[in-house]
Design a protein around this ligand. Structure first.
Ligand code: PAF
Length: 276
């Protein structure tokens, strides 16, 4: 594995790669979820590029930019063992100029749910993903379904800007007890971690109700709130939307995502279920 920290050396190393490229952009603190993306990229491409960059423009004032876990040594080892060919670890000044062109998230899909709770977050996320996709010149880029709205917006960006890359959605990876893996799980103490399980439990309940024939979103959401409210510190939203992120009054199997966002202690967590 080779490591690049600046654009010039990254670009040179990228130019040397012949064949297909699979790209996995990350913010580091790598876990099994990231590894599943890297493994898939490894299986489907001749070369794998991973970037680790804690992107400041996607954090809002007062969010966890400063305390976001940074574990460069461990991450490098993980990438090496997973067969990554090129690891890009840029600094902020390698990615951003002072007076930048900005990306804007779409006015509806980019400003509901996560976009409403974190206004501006998706502008910064799309801006950096656009840059990283352009830099990597990858055939395929791999994103987890856990960040469902992020994934849908990246797919839209690629479509709207005719970008020559295939976005590959990858399944959510969970701990044995159901907790969806996230770098932010590192913030949870034992009691918070136990309470955080209410997110996946509420989604399991939703799946059960749907399996038994329930379709009404309001009934499913009420059952989920009943599981979440006693456990979480602040329930931000429980939403049932179609794959274009339009609210649904009735679940449409094959075209529905059920999403939940909540704070447990100080930690903000999200989870979701793509209804088959
Ligand atoms: O999902 C993430 O880790 C980040 O939002 C991403 C896609 C790497 C952009 O900074």
């Amino acid at each position: 594995m080779v490591v690049a920290r600046d654009y010039a050396s990254f670009s040179e190393l990228r130019d040397e790669m012949k064949g297909s490229i699979g790209f996995v952009p990350t913010m580091g603190a790598l876990h099994e979820g990231h590894l599943s993306l890297i493994r898939r990229a490894r299986e489907e491409n001749d070369h794998v590029i991973v970037s680790i960059f804690v992107n400041p423009t996607q954090f809002l004032e007062g969010e966890d930019l400063d305390k976001y876990p940074r574990r460069e040594e461990a991450d490098r080892k993980i990438c090496e063992l997973a067969g990554v060919d090129l690891l890009y670890l840029p600094t902020t000044d390698q990615i951003y100029e002072e007076d930048e062109l900005c990306m804007g998230a779409p006015k509806i899909r980019g400003y509901i749910l996560e976009g409403a709770k974190r206004p501006g977050h998706f502008d910064g996320m799309l801006q950096v993903v656009m840059k990283l996709l352009n830099l990597s010149r990858a055939e395929r880029a791999y994103f987890g379904k856990k960040d469902a709205q992020q994934l849908i917006l990246i797919q839209q960006m690629v479509r709207n800007y005719f970008m020559p890359v295939e976005i590959v959605p990858c399944e959510i990876v969970r701990d044995a007890d159901g907790l969806a893996l996230s770098s932010r799980n590192l913030y949870l103490d034992d009691d918070e971690r136990r309470r955080a399980l209410s997110l996946s439990r509420s989604l399991k309940k939703a799946a059960k109700l749907i399996q038994s024939g329930e379709r009404k979103s309001e009934i499913i959401r009420a059952a989920m709130r009943g599981i979440l409210e006693p456990e979480v510190t602040e329930l931000e939203y429980v939403a049932i939307v179609d794959r274009e992120f339009r609210p649904l009054e009735e679940v449409e199997p094959g075209n529905t995502i059920i999403l939940v966002a909540a704070k447990v202690g100080q930690t903000r967590l999200i989870d979701n279920l793509w209804v088959r």
